[in-house]
Design a protein around this ligand. Structure first.
Ligand SMILES: Cc1cc2nc3c(=O)[nH]c(=O)nc-3n(C[C@H](O)[C@H](O)[C@H](O)COP(=O)(O)OP(=O)(O)OC[C@H]3O[C@@H](n4cnc5c(N)ncnc54)[C@H](O)[C@@H]3O)c2cc1C
Length: 479
């Protein structure tokens, strides 16, 4: 190993190769303060150095775990002291913006927030937004095919990527920096790497689509007596808002109660009564402020007249809008339960209510005082579920692996298995997916057959063997 570490030092320079103990000074995840485990951490400055690092690791049969912002929620970024961690943090530049083609070219270590800022400065916007925007990187977004809050309108990260540069396991540089909407010249290889969670190659650069900047935003919080009404309202808003609907987020009562609880510090003030069974946040964005506001209000008035809403409030200022979104985005009260088990599933919208009720009932059979929280990107068929078997245990440490409650770690894992069964099993007959947007990593690997056929899994393994025959890239993840 000394030889390999010397080679890596020669490639990136002494100050850009951290030893095991230096790497341990950083946290392993944004939600897990325990020391990062790595044999060494290497910080290349450009694609050429990434290529040389991978070629050296390939020759030494050395496993490599690629790191962006360490905000992933499937343990895909998890490493051990046997792995070299390859961090893209020095490759964080926005290379260029093409205003006539509406594209932005970035290095993979660019933080999502900085892409948003650069797009806006140039009169555009970038179509993917998510809660981890201040830490997650474009490389991480692409390799997990991140979704987020505007998928309904702009699609997932896959829909934003026009071109990609990737370094393969043996150091080969694959440059497909296409910048055009249309390019059917053979296989579209970039799609192999989007969503592959660092198992097929290291993404180094990308060309992304930009969208026209919107100038108006209209946001409301809606309350319903029944889930079916929320579904109907989603359909009406989609049809009547002239394609301006940007987000439609569903929140069932237990989550709403928790994140608006006045006794918990940092929670949002509830703008509506806290006892309705279901809530939704709807947001529309357009380009003609006055007309957009009038249309938004008119459509909501019509919905009220049809008795589909129990109550509603429209944000009258940016502060009120932020307060509404804080209800959806502030996960701290949820994550302070120990342990908490988080899921990210997709299923047909029409089955969501019965699915949530089924899970609540199974959970309560096992742990009578348990809590089950459901919320998510309803319009994208994506629900987040959090199961808390023992709501009486609360602590500051968030991550499942860093949990600090007065029950044994072995039990924490046992309960996790039981929750997995409860959440994943009913997805099978519904044709649902065990991961809508966070990916498989190691957390959901054993359950992949719930969502993929054996033929699909065999092809995935065959692709992995072809692109990374020595299995050095993120070994043991996904397949
Ligand atoms: C508060 C919060 C809210 C979130 N909300 C959402 C959401 O709404 N929607 C959503 O989809 N996700 C969400 N996430 C999950 C997370 O932000 C995304 O998965 C993000 O895309 C990961 O980016 P990252 O740079 O942090 O990657 P990391 O966590 O560092 O890595 C994630 C995976 O990508 C691989 N990887 C990273 N960079 C590269 C690269 N350059 N080349 C190849 N592989 C690479 C890693 O090996 C790992 O497998 C959220 C996370 C948090 C903490």
């Amino acid at each position: 190993m000394t030889n390999l570490l010397n080679s890596l030092r020669n490639i990136v320079g002494t100050q850009n190769l951290l030893s095991q103990s230096e790497a341990a000074q950083r946290a392993s995840h944004v939600w897990d303060a325990r020391p990062l485990q790595a044999m060494a951490l290497v910080k290349p400055a450009n694609t050429k150095e990434v290529s040389a690092v991978l070629a050296a690791c390939h020759a030494a049969n050395q496993s490599v775990v690629t790191h962006g912002g360490r905000t992933g929620l499937a343990d895909g970024e998890k490493s051990t002291t046997s792995d070299i961690v390859l961090s893209l943090e020095r490759m964080n530049q926005i290379e260029s913006i093409d205003t006539s083609g509406a594209t932005i070219t970035v290095e993979a270590g660019c933080v999502l927030d900085s892409v948003h800022a650069a797009a806006v400065e140039n009169g555009f916007m970038y179509g993917v937004d998510l809660g981890a925007r201040g830490s997650c990187t474009l490389g991480g977004n692409i390799s997990t095919n991140a979704g987020g809050l505007s998928v309904l309108r702009y699609g997932m990260t896959r829909e934003q990527v026009l071109g990609l540069e990737v370094v393969l396991a043996d150091g080969t540089v694959l440059t497909s920096m296409n910048s055009m909407m249309k390019n059917n010249s053979g296989y579209d290889l970039k799609h192999l790497f989007i969503g592959s969670e660092g198992t097929l190659g290291v993404i180094t650069r990308a060309v992304l689509r930009l969208r026209q900047k919107t100038h108006s935003v209209n946001t409301c919080l809606l309350a319903f007596n029944r889930f079916e009404q929320a579904n109907k309202v989603l359909q009406i808003l989609s049809a009547k808002l002239n394609a301006q609907l940007n987000a439609f987020e569903i929140i069932w009562n237990p989550y709403f109660q928790l994140v608006t609880d006045p006794d918990i510090s940092g929670t949002a003030k509830a703008p509506l009564d806290r006892d309705y069974p279901v809530y939704a946040i709807a947001e529309a964005r357009g380009t003609a402020a006055e007309d957009d506001k009038a249309l938004f209000e008119r459509v909501l008035e019509n919905i009220l007249e049809e008795h589909l809403l129990a109550d509603a409030v429209i944000a009258q200022s940016e502060q009120e809008r932020k307060n509404i979104w804080h209800i959806r985005e502030n996960l701290d009260p949820l994550l302070s339960f120990c342990p908490n088990y988080n899921y990210d599933v997709s299923l047909p919208i029409a089955s969501m209510q019965s699915y949530v009720e089924g899970i609540e009932s199974e959970v309560q059979k096992k742990w009578p005082t348990a809590k089950c929280f459901a919320y998510g990107h309803m319009a994208d068929c994506n629900l987040h579920i959090t199961i808390v078997p023992f709501p009486e245990y609360v602590s500051e440490s968030f991550a499942l692996s860093n949990y600090n409650a007065p029950i044994d770690q072995k039990l924490v894992e046992e309960y996790y298995e039981q929750c997995n069964q409860i959440v994943f099993e009913p997805l099978k007959p519904l044709g649902g997916s065990i991961s809508a947007e966070h990916g498989i990593g190691t957390l959901k690997k054993q359950y992949l057959p719930y969502s993929r056929t054996s033929a699909e899994l065999a092809l995935m393994r065959s692709l992995k063997n072809t692109l990374d025959p020595s299995n050095i890239l993120n070994p043991g993840k996904v397949v």
